[in-house]
Ligand binder design. Structure first.
Ligand code: PAF
Length: 279
């Protein structure tokens, strides 16, 4: 049975007991509303670790829009049942006061990689992510942390953070899990209308075609422009960005010797969808 734990005081002795027995502990940080993408991280954790903790915390500090925070789906009972079905050992569900008690004053801010793309569109978002992830690593004392590549920039921010602060945790980036039509799984997908859901995959298919065209020799700019047109023609209200970037620094890159990533964000049905693929 997955143990439900709500305080650090309960979590500490449990994890310390595992660690004292020589067990490797993995953590899968989430904001709940779990889907197959999250479960694939937990399954990967089960393969690589003796014990897996999933955290569920809708982190107010990473929301730049109060409406988005209010509307964020909260499905605790179903989430715990799903985690139980994949054999997660413990789920840590702290209250906002447990994470940010009265007088809380510390922010973790990662320079460089946090600044472009999502960082520009959602100022302060990555400070919130970096702060809570640092805290979750400290609270869970996990050896390994599992993150989805769907949030590619977030993954790079966490990798940088762990390197820069010498945190004793190994970050594992896991493949994006997609619906059969290619749409990246996301807790936000449930907010799409049926009509929106039917075309949402175009964000992925358009950037995939652009990446293929770039590999075949088309100019980056032309391929990206065509991708944006396809996304708009499918019915998306707004394309925030489609960009080809250095996969690690997230800076603009035309250096084909280094890994590059195409990243996109666009609005459909008032829902902000993001995706990314290697180029
Ligand atoms: O990717 C998420 O769900 C969140 O950003 C994370 C990593 C759980 C931090 O709140």
């Amino acid at each position: 049975m997955t143990q439900v734990i709500r305080t650090v005081a309960e979590l500490r002795p449990l994890v310390r007991g595992w660690r004292a027995a020589g067990e490797i502990v993995g953590v899968v940080p989430t904001m709940g509303a779990l889907h197959d993408g999250h479960l694939s991280l937990a399954r990967r954790g089960k393969v690589e670790c003796h014990r897996v903790i999933t955290t569920i915390f809708v982190n107010p500090k990473q929301f730049t829009n109060p409406e988005d925070l209010k509307k964020y789906p909260r499905t605790e009972e179903a989430d715990v049942a799903l985690l139980n079905s994949v054999g997660v050992d413990a789920v840590f569900i702290p209250s906002p006061e447990e994470v940010y008690p009265d007088g809380y004053m510390t922010t973790v801010s990662v320079g460089g990689v946090s600044e472009p793309l999502e960082g520009r569109m959602r100022p302060g978002h990555f400070d919130g992510v970096a702060t809570v992830v640092t805290k979750l690593f400290g609270m869970t004392e996990a050896h390994r942390g599992f993150f989805g590549q769907k949030d590619w920039q977030q993954l790079q921010v966490v990798l940088r953070l762990v390197r820069d602060l010498n945190l004793p945790v190994t970050v594992v980036g896991c493949e994006t899990i997609r619906e059969p039509d290619g749409l990246a799984m996301s807790s936000r997908n449930v907010r799409l209308t049926d009509q929106g859901r039917a075309v949402a995959h175009v964000l992925y298919t358009a950037i995939t075609a652009a990446a293929d065209d770039i590999r075949a020799g088309q100019s980056d700019r032309m391929a990206i422009r065509e991708a944006a047109e396809k996304v708009r023609a499918a019915g998306f209200e707004r394309v925030e960005y489609i960009e080809l970037r250095d996969a690690e620094t997230l800076m603009p890159s035309n250096d084909v010797r280094r890994p590059r990533r195409m990243l996109a964000a666009a609005w459909l049905d008032g829902v902000r969808l993001i995706d990314n693929i290697p180029v």
